[in-house]
Design a binder for this molecule. Structure first.
Ligand SMILES: [Fe+2]
Length: 400
């Protein structure tokens, strides 16, 4: 294994209340004609404000506001067509991971041509995008995916109902805008989902076999920050201090994992989410304590560190005991934000027999994603199947 590491980041980050109103200044130096990418709901709320600032700064604007919650190949193609028709030269996304990933994928096509599926890691490998995307600014309105800080793009292939992943340094946005006043309307459900996604990013980056000093510093900061502030932001969405701390925490978590990796939780969550129609963060949050309990033996010192960051153990606690206390603390945090309570509304859970019939395919998909290879305890396919069934019996059976 090489001793060298890669560290990527947006060139510029604007953080704090009112930073979204700086979008005109930020893009003026970077382009003349912006494609604005959003979901329709977020565009209705913030679109006029963002477009207004861009136009005041002298940019032309073209809007694509039809991004689906899990962006599809069709979304990317439609956004790219609008980009080409209007002769755009820069991209501004408004929203969370879905518009950000759509914007990044549109940029990949604008700079490189072809179809977005060609650039997925299963076809082009990691770093399979030759030319950098045009200048892009991600104006974030959630606090979780960290996509504005990462090399990753997740797109749903509607022809197979599966998600594929593109990973390239050339897809990192130039600018991230993190304005807490744009996140106060995020409902408790999505505050919980995106926040647990961020915690999962930080924990997986910290225990990853690719962790190193730079990712560790960010992961540790993110674990502490998200654990402290997620319950506050969840309980009171108008608490601007909590919203800002969550934006910082999720950004640090995004930087941590894009410069290390995610691991088994994300590997299992992608097929699990696709089968049960569960939002990404909720899928992670359901799996996280079970995967942690399975994995501690692979790197007990790291899991003990996590427990200490969560104030669930002290320096005198033996690592193996501390590691278990960390698992319990994460499960407690999920309970505090009533995560399992959202399954009723946000998941389609089949009976056990039907679920069990999906399990071999979900496990095979998880292995194929490559993420389980980054886990401190590398699971066999059988062990992944057992974890899926354990989660059903412990959590999902009550809701089915
Ligand atoms: Fe994630």
């Amino acid at each position: 294994m090489s001793d060298s590491h890669r560290f990527v980041s947006p060139n510029e980050v604007r953080m704090g209340s009112g930073s979204a109103d700086q979008i005109g200044d930020l893009m003026m130096a970077r382009g003349t004609s912006a494609l604005v990418v959003a979901t329709s709901g977020v565009f209705d709320r913030y679109g006029d404000r963002i477009v207004g600032h861009l136009q005041e700064a002298g940019l032309e604007t073209t809007v694509y506001d039809e991004v689906d919650p899990d962006p599809t190949v069709a979304n990317v193609d439609a956004a790219h067509e609008r980009y080409r028709e209007a002769d755009c030269d820069c991209i501004v996304t408004v929203g969370g991971g879905s518009p950000i990933d759509t914007g990044k994928a549109t940029g990949v096509l604008a700079a490189n041509g072809g179809e977005i599926r060609e650039y997925a890691v299963d076809r082009a490998g990691y770093e399979g995008v030759p030319e950098p995307i045009p200048p892009m600014c991600a104006v974030n309105t959630t606090a979780g995916t960290g996509s504005e800080a990462t090399r990753s793009i997740v797109v749903t292939d509607e022809s197979t109902a599966t998600k594929f992943l593109v990973v390239s340094t050339e897809a990192v946005p130039a600018v991230a805008v993190e304005d807490p006043t744009l996140t106060t309307t995020l409902p408790p459900s999505h505050t919980a989902f995106t926040g647990i996604d961020a915690l999962t990013h930080a924990i997986e980056a910290y225990v990853s076999v690719h962790a190193w000093s730079m990712s560790d510093t960010l992961a540790r900061a993110a674990i502490e920050r998200v654990a402290r502030w997620l319950p506050v932001a969840w309980a009171n969405g108008d608490d601007l201090e909590a919203r800002e701390e969550m934006l910082i925490g999720q950004f640090q978590a995004g930087q941590a994992f894009t410069n290390a990796s995610v691991a088994l939780v994300h590997g299992m969550a992608r097929p699990f989410g696709a089968q049960l129609h569960v939002p990404h963060g909720l899928a992670n949050g359901i799996l996280l304590p079970y995967v942690m309990a399975f994995s501690t033996v692979g790197r007990p010192g790291r899991y003990a560190d996590i427990a200490r960051l969560l104030n669930a153990a002290d320096e005198d606690t033996p690592d193996r005991d501390a590691a278990q206390a960390g698992v319990d603390a994460v499960a407690d945090l999920c309970e505090q934000i009533q995560l399992h309570g959202y399954l009723d509304e946000f998941a389609t859970i089949p009976d056990r027999e039907t679920y069990a019939s999906f399990v071999p395919e979900m496990a095979a998909d998880a292995v194929a994603s490559g993420s389980p290879d980054n886990n401190p305890r590398k699971p066999s396919t059988d062990e992944i199947e057992t974890l899926y069934l354990e989660v059903y019996d412990d959590v999902l059976a009550d809701v089915a």
